[in-house]
Ligand binder design. Structure first.
Ligand SMILES: C[S@@+](CC[C@H](N)C(=O)[O-])C[C@H]1O[C@@H](n2cnc3c(N)ncnc32)[C@H](O)[C@@H]1O
Length: 266
C-alpha cells in the first residue's frame, strides 16, 4: 500500500507508541495466548513490527502479514541477522490469506483491521481459524476533548460535506464484532493494556496530515487535501486561541477480543 510504503521510514516516529507502551501491549496479548499451546499467532497489518517484535517470546509460531513492503522492511531491520527475523509475509489481506485451513489460534491486529473488507475478513477468519480461536483488535483511545480527537472530528465533518467518510477503527470493529457475534462468537470485556499522557498542539495534526499521502485513511488528491486542511485550520482558529499551544490529555491502548467458536464439531 503506497500510503504506508511512503511513510514506513518515519512511521514509528510519527505514529509509534513507544517501547514502554508496546511492551505492556505485548504482555496483554501474551495473556490471551496462554490458553493455546499450538496453532499460529497471526498478526494482520504487522507494520514496522513495533508491537510484533515483542510478541516473539510467546510460545506460538508467529506470522505477520502486511501489504506494505516498506513497513515489512522496517520490521526486518529490527534484527541483526536474517535467521532471527520472524515469518513475515508480504500480502494483501483483502485477498486470499496464504494460510492453511484451521491453522491459526490467535489473530491479533493493531490499528489495521479497518483497512480491510469486512466480509472478506469474516470468510478468511472462518477458514483459517481453529475451533475456539480468538481475534484480538488493538486501538488507541483518546479523551473526547483531546486535541487529536477534536481535530479528527472536525476533519470528519469536512469530509462528510464532500460525501466522503473517514475509515474509523471503532465503527469498523463494532460492525465486525456484531457480524461475528451473530455467528456464535463470544465478545470479551475490553482490556486497557496501557495508559499515557500526551501534549498535542492542533497545528501538529494539520502538519502531520500535510506530510502523508491521503487523509484519514482515504486516498484524495493533493489539491483537495490542501483545500480541506486550509478550511480545517480556519475552523480550529475559532476553537483554540493558539494552534501551536500544546494541550495535555490522556490516551490509552485498548484491546478488544472475541472468541470465534468457528469450525466447532457439534
Ligand atoms: C496504521 S498501520 C498499523 C501498524 C501496526 N499494526 C501498529 O499498530 O503499529 C496499518 C498497517 O496495516 C497495513 N495494511 C493496510 N491495508 C492492508 C491490507 N490490505 N493487507 C495487509 N496489510 C494492510 C499497512 O501496510 C500498515 O502497516
Amino acid at each position: 500500500m503506497l500510503q504506508f510504503d511512503d511513510q514506513a521510514g518515519i512511521y514509528d516516529k510519527r505514529t509509534g507508541l513507544g517501547a514502554s507502551v508496546v511492551k505492556q501491549i505485548a504482555r496483554s496479548v501474551a495473556d490471551y495466548c496462554r490458553s493455546y499451546d499450538d496453532g499460529l499467532l497471526l498478526e494482520v497489518g504487522a507494520g514496522t513490527g513495533e508491537i510484533g517484535y515483542f510478541l516473539q517470546d510467546i510460545p506460538l509460531p508467529y506470522l505477520g502479514m502486511d501489504v506494505s513492503q516498506g513497513m515489512l522492511h522496517q520490521f526486518r531491520q529490527r534484527y541483526e541477522t536474517p535467521q532471527d527475523v520472524p515469518q513475515l509475509v508480504h500480502t494483501d489481506a483483502n485477498q486470499h490469506w496464504p494460510l492453511e485451513d484451521q491453522s491459526v489460534s490467535v489473530v491479533f491486529s493493531s490499528r489495521a483491521m479497518h483497512q480491510l473488507q469486512h466480509d472478506h475478513v469474516v470468510n478468511e477468519l472462518k477458514r483459517v481459524c481453529r475451533p475456539d480461536a480468538i481475534l484480538i483488535l488493538g486501538n488507541v483511545k483518546r479523551d473526547p476533548q483531546a486535541v487529536k480527537t477534536v481535530m479528527r472530528k472536525e476533519m470528519h465533518k469536512l469530509l462528510n460535506q464532500h460525501g466522503l467518510q473517514e475509515k474509523s477503527g471503532q465503527s469498523h470493529r463494532k460492525q465486525l464484532f456484531s457480524t461475528l457475534h451473530a455467528q456464535g462468537a463470544m465478545r470479551q470485556s475490553p482490556i486497557t493494556a496501557a495508559r499515557w499522557t500526551v501534549n498535542n498542539a492542533p497545528i501538529e495534526s494539520i502538519n502531520s496530515w500535510k506530510n502523508v499521502d491521503g487523509i484519514a485513511g482515504l486516498e484524495v488528491n493533493e489539491a483537495f487535501k490542501h483545500q480541506l486542511l486550509d478550511r480545517l485550520q480556519q475552523k480550529c482558529e475559532s476553537l483554540y486561541n493558539d494552534l501551536s499551544q500544546p494541550v495535555e490529555s490522556e490516551e490509552k491502548y485498548e484491546l478488544n477480543a472475541i472468541t470465534l467458536n468457528f469450525n466447532q464439531q457439534h
